[in-house]
Unconditional design. Structure first.
Length: 277
């Protein structure tokens, strides 16, 4: 099979969420914690690192691609950045997102595996009620979620959404992902689902998305209703911060079978409570 080679690329960062409920993406809160301004979402940084895969491998990446992304330094709105691709093979590459200062903001290992692990199955977790008020994120709260289980959330891909694009201009998106052309869900939205279901189960503000390992199983077409389930895998403290590891699986909401389509499985690591918070 002939494929394009993944290429390095450059762009201007776009903070789609300056008014997010997670106020670390707004200037005022971010500056209180020592940042220059609101943070570009970690899921958006991740999309920049997987952009070469979409450009080169197209639909095959959305249907079976894997990515491990670690965000190590903040990226700010309108900052220029380079994504440097290296160690490329037919369906694998390493990448760094580098700021003009030379600081590496994030790294990634991206591939289409020869062998893809079996897709997760839907558990049938209860849905979060419309009037549910999530408890404040504290170690005891997270442990309770780990022991008793989490609530599932419905979402939809299509229509106006702050994560419908990870570039300021829709026309700069790969055609496959262009919302103006009914494009498939992009990785900032797909990974964003892991953030939103976590935040729906426990109140965090501010909090920071750090790392994901994601495996795609099927592309998400426009107009798809989604069901998102979550499990807490681990909780720990480090350097005064409180961390949580969760597994999030994304299913077709309208397919009620236990063997319903799993679109993506995501392992997320986040700081749910910052030092001094």
């Amino acid at each position: 099979m002939q494929t394009k080679q993944c290429q390095s690329w450059s762009a201007q960062a776009f903070n789609q969420s300056p008014d997010s409920a997670n106020q670390i993406h707004g200037d005022e809160m971010a500056q209180q914690y020592g940042f220059q301004g609101g943070l570009v979402p970690g899921v958006t940084v991740s999309a920049y690192l997987t952009h070469p895969a979409v450009a080169a491998w197209g639909l095959k990446w959305l249907e079976s691609g894997r990515a491990h992304v670690v965000v190590s330094s903040p990226l700010y709105d309108e900052e220029m950045f380079d994504v440097e691709v290296s160690n490329t093979s037919q369906f694998e590459y390493s990448a760094k997102l580098i700021k003009p200062s030379g600081i590496v903001s994030a790294t990634a290992e991206v591939s289409i595996p020869n062998i893809v692990k079996a897709a997760p199955k839907k558990r049938g977790d209860p849905f979060l009620a419309a009037d549910f008020e999530p408890p404040k994120a504290l170690p005891d709260t997270i442990r309770q979620l780990q022991q008793q289980g989490c609530l599932a959330m419905p979402y939809s891909w299509g229509g106006p959404h702050n994560m419908q694009t990870y570039l300021r201009e829709h026309s700069d998106m790969p055609q496959l992902l262009d919302p103006a052309q009914g494009g498939y869900a992009n990785m900032s939205f797909i990974l964003g689902l892991s953030n939103w279901v976590l935040a729906a189960n426990t109140y965090m503000n501010p909090w920071i998305h750090l790392e994901t390992t994601s495996q795609n199983y099927a592309a998400i077409p426009a107009g798809t209703d989604l069901l998102v389930e979550m499990q807490v895998r681990d909780i720990f403290s480090k350097k005064g911060h409180e961390f949580v590891d969760v597994e999030v699986n994304v299913f077709d909401k309208n397919d009620e079978a236990a063997e319903s389509v799993c679109f993506s499985s995501i392992d997320l690591r986040a700081i749910y409570k910052l030092r001094g918070q």
